[in-house]
Design a binder for this molecule. Structure first.
Ligand code: ATP
Length: 199
């Protein structure tokens, strides 16, 4: 799987519709401080389902919407679309090209799309879980991240290793299954009580 392009509108400093192509291989983005280089990685993390405004370097999620400048008025919504090459079928959708899109309006409404069809955040997270491309994955290493990993608590470091090894998916499924099991047990108890009352 590799990222083919990004389309952004209204996201942080991208006031106008912006299209960035990535060729196979290494792409370097250069520019002066504050010109918006990190906003590109923020955009990728955001589409992949980032829910923490802080890790997108803002204080609330609305901060990702272009906030106006001397020349331009603010945007009413932010929209970012990633186009991914999936010839390898590493992502579990049977298509060569996959698009993932997120939109956020100033009133807080949020929308997600997979291949242009409306979807839920959970479907986006599930698609990228353990793919090595998730928002927490090693594919995005921000400034200071290397230090952070080196200084991390053993439990936090273990989390990173589990994600890389592909264990997280199974942990998550186990948790979901255990939860279902508990609910079923409770239902069963309730049925037993009713049977007892009837007898
Ligand atoms: P550095 O090398 O210093 O990290 P950079 O090129 O990575 O810089 P970014 O941090 O990506 O730059 O970009 C910051 C710029 O984005 C700032 O100029 C900031 O004003 C602008 N910006 C961030 N959020 C918004 C927003 N919601 N509306 C308008 N501009 C924004």
């Amino acid at each position: 799987v590799y990222l083919k392009s990004i389309d952004a509108y209204g996201f942080k400093s991208f006031a106008e519709h912006t299209h960035v192509d990535f060729d196979n291989g290494v792409t370097a983005i250069v520019g002066p401080n504050g010109s918006g280089k990190s906003n590109i990685t923020d955009a990728i993390k955001w589409v992949l389902g980032e829910q923490s405004a802080k890790s997108l370097r803002g204080s609330k999620m609305e901060d990702v919407i272009f906030n106006g400048s001397k020349e331009r008025k603010k945007c009413q919504y932010a929209e970012v679309k990633l186009t991914l090459d999936n010839h390898s079928r590493k992502l579990n959708i049977d298509e060569d090209t996959i698009t993932v899109e997120r939109r956020l309006y100033r009133n807080g409404d949020s929308e997600y799309y997979l291949n242009n069809e409306r979807t839920r955040l959970k479907s986006v997270l599930d698609l990228f879980l353990d793919s090595g491309l998730g928002k927490e994955a090693f594919s995005i290493i921000s400034q200071g991240k290397v230090d952070e990993v080196l200084n991390a608590k053993p439990s936090d470091r273990r989390y990173l290793i589990e994600e890389a090894a592909g264990v997280l998916k199974y942990k998550k499924r186990k948790k979901e299954a255990t939860h279902k099991l508990e609910q079923t047990e409770q239902n069963l108890n309730r049925v037993e009580d009713i049977v007892f009352d009837l007898e």
